[in-house]
Design a protein around this ligand. Structure first.
Ligand code: KIV
Ligand code: ZN
Length: 457
């Protein structure tokens, strides 16, 4: 049975998507979680893109052990040196160089011809190999490239010493049969490719990223690039949890396995949602809130009689907590500790102090505390790298008539800006933000607003 390498790009391709930005401390926390999950390669960032990205790569490279840590670089000397510098203290570094190979990208983005593309690819891989032993080469927009030219560029990268060759479906254009045929053709015609790792990197513009990745695996790809919750550019990347569970549940058909600890999938998904504020849709496969909920009576009856009637995998396999009533206001630290252990979390004594205090406050307001509440308490306030600037002391909004009125009081230590303000608006939200802007002395533009319950009930 072949072993598929899981290359996680949540912190690079995923983090690039709108609303998914993370601070360096948040990335480091997520990177530790991904290492515990068992990913083989962790793409930590694009070092040349900003100082923050380079710092994030550097701290992950220094502090996270287990996976290979990769840094992305365009096929330029500056990018490749920036990646190598950021990976300096890493035990298992990988430089991931890429250049587009489709005519449309060459003509309109890079404004170079095919010959120059081959030369740049060769020089980039050769330079990266002088800096690290592990070099991945990606042919961006491979699936829309002329197959003969793609094979030529891949052959060049192999000759210059690339250890992994990645075939991205950058714009999510391919269909599964095509993806499989492309991988088969490359493996057949590029000398030496069978001795390297062939990788696939699919975007989800047509909702086919996971299907395309699995088709590539069936055709001989040995590495899959993916992200937790499928976050990523536009419609996202292939979802790690879906690839991994498809390979586990349908091992009979797909004949391949990963080293992922699947029982940690749910917590990795929740941590990412907590850090980015972006929740997967409720019916999202594997990690969605409803992924294991059986609503229809006939289904409930079947599952009670025999879970396999409607369940192809159990919540335990992915570490999803049952929505059971677990604790109440009389529960003590021991009860809390035992429940967290049951959920797979070993809390430090500082974490337990913080969670126990927050738990008491929550239990005073909410009768039944669920597993989801405990996870929410654990994640909430766990990152102290953002210094508090203002605290919202009071928010009073009156609405119902034509005009809404709001009053805001802030406590804070930043100079400038009144600490209380009142404002009107054409609705309660407009009034509240106008008052907030007045108190802060800035113009507030509301870009997005979401309200959700932290847990059921
Ligand atoms: O989608 C893409 O082509 C990429 C490459 C940089 C691998 O993200
Ligand atoms: Zn991508």
């Amino acid at each position: 049975m072949s072993r598929i390498l899981i290359f996680d790009t949540t912190l690079r391709d995923g983090e690039q998507s709108p609303g998914c930005g993370m601070t360096a401390a948040e990335k480091l926390r997520m990177a530790h979680e991904l290492a515990e999950l068992g990913v083989d390669v962790l793409e930590a960032g694009f070092a040349a893109s900003s100082r923050e990205d380079a710092d994030a790569v550097r701290s992950i490279a220094r502090e996270v052990h287990g996976p290979v840590v990769a840094a992305l670089a365009r096929a330029t000397q500056g990018d490749i040196h920036a990646a190598a510098d950021a990976l300096d203290s890493c035990g298992s570094p990988r430089i991931h160089v890429f250049i587009a190979t489709s005519d449309i990208h060459l003509a309109h983005k890079l404004r170079i011809g095919r010959e120059e593309c081959v030369e740049r690819a060769a020089a980039a891989v050769a330079l990266a190999r002088t800096l690290v032993d592990d070099v991945e080469f990606s042919a961006e927009d491979a699936t829309r490239s002329d197959p003969d030219f793609l094979a030529r560029v891949v052959e060049t990268a192999v000759r210059e010493g690339a250890t992994t060759i990645n075939v991205p479906d950058t714009v999510g254009y391919a269909v599964p049969s095509e993806m499989g045929e492309l991988i088969t053709a490359l493996l057949e015609r590029v000398p030496g490719l069978k001795e390297r790792v062939v990788s696939v990197h699919c975007h989800d513009d047509l909702g086919l990223a996971v299907a395309n990745s699995l088709a590539a695996v069936q055709a001989g790809a040995r590495q899959v690039e993916c992200t937790i919750n499928g976050i990523g550019e536009r419609a996202g990347n292939a979802a790690l949890e879906e690839i991994v569970m498809a390979l586990r549940v349908r091992r009979d058909r797909l004949g391949a396995r990963t080293a992922i600890r699947t029982e940690r999938l749910h917590r990795a998904s929740r941590l990412l949602s907590h850090l980015t504020g972006i929740q997967p849709q409720p019916n999202k496969a594997v990690v969605g809130r409803n992924a294991f909920a059986h609503e229809a009576g006939i289904h409930q009856h079947g599952v009670l009689a025999e879970p396999r009637t409607y369940e192809i995998m159990t919540p335990e396999m992915v570490g999803a907590p049952a929505s059971t009533l677990v604790l109440g206001k009389h529960s003590g630290r021991h009860g809390l500790d035992a429940r967290f252990k049951h959920l797979g979390y070993a809390l430090t004594s500082e974490e337990m102090d913080r969670v126990a205090t927050d738990f008491k406050a929550l239990a005073a307001r909410k009768r039944d505390i669920l597993d989801e509440d405990l996870l929410s308490l654990l994640h909430h306030g766990a990152l102290e790298d953002v210094p508090p600037i203002h605290r919202l002391e009071e928010l009073d909004v009156r609405c119902g008539g034509e005009v809404s009125r709001a009053r805001v009081a802030l406590a804070g230590n930043r100079p400038g800006g009144a600490h209380t303000a009142e404002a009107e608006g054409d609705g309660p939200i407009a009034a509240a933000f106008a008052a907030l802007g007045g108190a802060l002395g800035v113009d507030v533009v509301l870009e997005d607003l979401a309200i959700r319950a932290a847990s059921p009930g």
